[in-house]
Design a protein around this ligand. Sequence first.
Ligand SMILES: [Zn+2]
Length: 435
Amino acid sequence: MSTILHSIFSVQKGKCRFNLKLSIITLVAFVVLSVTQFGMAAEVRNIILLIGDGMSTNQLESARIVKGAPLIVDALPVRHRAFNASADNAVTDSAAAATALATGERTNNGMIAVSPEGRNLRTVLQVAKDVGKRTGVVTTDAIHGATPGAFLANTASRSSSTIITEQAVFVSQPDVLLGGGMTAFNEIGALERLGSTDYTFVQTREQLLAWQPDGKPLLGLFATGAFAFAVERRATEPHLAEMVQVALNALANDDAGFFLMVESARIDSAGHSNLIRQSVYETLAFEEAIQVALEFAEKNPDTLVIITADHETGGLMAVPDASPQVMSKGVDVVTREIVTALNANPQADLRSLFAQYAGISHVESQAIQGTVSEFVSGVLSTRSFYYTTGGHTDLPVHVFAQGPEAEQLLSVNHLTDIGKLLHKWVQEGNGGHRP
Ligand SMILES: [Zn+2]
């Protein structure tokens, strides 16, 4: 009897040891794998969060087609999706989605970093500032736009442009604040009161590019409201990538690190107006800004770069055999080119004109109904992504990341989960400068 008991005990003890050994091996293997896949584990000292407003799968895909190559984000180690419903609507707006990212909490559409009941929610930028990090906001929207607003202010309505501007410039006061919004800025007499702050103020691209970091905070406002589309850029407005470069120059080299939010705002505007060409070039301008952020991270490996969005705009639909020429120039422009060529030489072969101006080698022969121009435009339209709404949709958005702790983003399900991680990181990775 005792022999039997003894042998059972030995077997169980042996199994127990075996399992423990197996667990240790698994743990070591996991750590080794994680370190090799995502780079050396380091503290999250700097965070660059880049938001493509209105950007989801087909905004990215159309930019990829026109670029004719994979996008930079396609090569990042973390590629994931996140849902974005707000507290009161399956289809979020930028205010509720940015609140989710900035605070980790769901709120109603239209609300800026307050709960549905109107309670102020601390934003990751405000917390970063509290723990002694530097902070920055860069946008091609007005600084009081819903996305930057949800990082810089707390108010029940996204349309309170003067309240958001007041809180941004005189309360939250990030070390770098670049965007548009001069009208609201003037409405509160902010220019006259700027002397009460340490801000250096610039208003043109030239002034921005000439600015040298001097340890003082920088405020740049380059448009009355939002910036023009990148394809129609005004000479006084800097490129998004240029603003990101200046912001990084200003925020770098601080032991406590920084939190920087960058918004490419006008992918959303292009979606609302159903302008595929503008959408493509806004997304490619965003890509240039992402490149600047990743180059900084390469030299500063304790930098976590996250690229995501708030929601999709326009219900953009893909088509097979999309033409890069048609999407980059627009159906109207290519139609004009083909019709002009045909008018100049009525004997020209229409098929070869489609090939020459639109890269289209296959056109189904069909009876021409309406004018030649209508026929050409009809054919070209079938080779371009098209919009199905002027509003937002409930599609999930992408989450790309690189840097320390980036793999934690693979577990997020909703934008609020990203917000919660951001709060954890700014509080943990404060470089030991907790006040
Ligand atoms: Zn929108």
